[in-house]
Design a binder for this molecule. Structure first.
Ligand code: SF4
Length: 281
């Protein structure tokens, strides 16, 4: 149980169900990924790679050459949000080189920050960070079909941790910070079967000193809880079944919570096995 670095994913799972956190991160139990989910993840990874290469001023044509759907999605984002993208950087120059020029904001993709907090290292990686003397903006690309609501995103640990760490590691006040999510529709089918491409959409979340204080309080509670649980050397507690999280959990069988799934599907009403007629093969 040597975990000392925490990301937004750790915080999310710890809050959702401590036992699931234990299985995933401390016991490192593997879980199968559905093929459709895997395809979406791989598409998202390729999209992020293109955006990073582009930000660095590197050629993206080779990445897009055999993937017209990916090219359309990238182009749709560039067309919808032209202000978000830096003027072309000289080939070979990095975004950091460019920001050294007076008057050009600091901007960097895949920007990592670390913060020591209550015995843990909090780590964030921003898809794109743009900082001027008066503003800090975190940009995150999401390749989802259905964006969550603004309320859900505000409560999400990604939003909370990303803004908290930025406020703690710059001289900017919370009110000068914001986080914007851009939702891009993944195109997973072949071009002939592709869905019409929906326009990318944005959800912009402001930040405040009050939110910063709440996040600090909740972070302290959550990290204190983790420290206490680790000190017991026992299995972490399971979430209450009534919360419904076990329904979609890959550890449901291990936790003996799998029956909940079948009950939910109405399968608990199956007749006893001896009453089911034999099917001839
Ligand atoms: S099945 Fe339920 S209790 Fe078990 S790890 Fe998953 S969410 Fe937690």
């Amino acid at each position: 149980m040597g975990l000392t670095t925490l990301t937004q994913g750790h915080l999310k799972l710890l809050e959702l169900c401590p036992r699931r956190f234990q299985y995933s991160y401390l016991d490192q139990l593997a879980t199968p990924t559905e093929p459709a989910m895997l395809a979406r993840q791989q598409w998202g990874t390729r999209f992020h790679l293109v955006m990073q290469q582009r930000e660095l001023g590197l050629a993206v044509a080779p990445l897009l050459a055999h993937d017209p759907a990916l090219e359309s999605a990238v182009q749709a984002l560039l067309t919808t949000a032209p202000d978000l993208f830096a003027p072309a950087i000289e080939p070979g120059a990095t975004a950091l080189d460019a920001s050294a020029v007076a008057g050009v904001p600091f901007r960097q993709s895949e920007h990592r920050r670390n913060l020591t907090f209550n015995g843990y290292g909090l780590t964030v990686i921003y898809d794109l960070l743009i900082i001027t003397p008066t503003q800090g903006q975190i940009v995150d690309w999401k390749t989802y079909l259905h964006p969550p609501s603004q309320r859900q995103l505000t409560k999400d640990w990604q939003t909370r941790l990303y803004l908290y760490v930025l406020a703690e590691t710059t001289d900017l006040a919370p009110e000068q910070l914001s986080m914007s999510y851009w939702f891009v529709q993944p195109q997973l089918s072949s071009p002939s079967e592709a869905q019409p491409l929906a326009q990318p959409s944005q959800i912009l979340l402001p930040y405040s000193a009050a939110q910063h204080r709440r996040t600090e309080r909740d972070l302290r509670q959550l990290t204190d809880k983790l420290t206490t649980l680790r000190a017991t050397f026992q299995d972490f507690p399971k979430v209450e079944e009534s919360q419904g999280h076990c329904l979609r959990c890959p550890f449901a069988v291990r936790c003996q919570r799998a029956s909940e799934r079948y009950e939910n599907l109405g399968l608990s009403d199956l007749p006893p096995i001896e009453e089911i007629a034999e099917v001839s093969l």
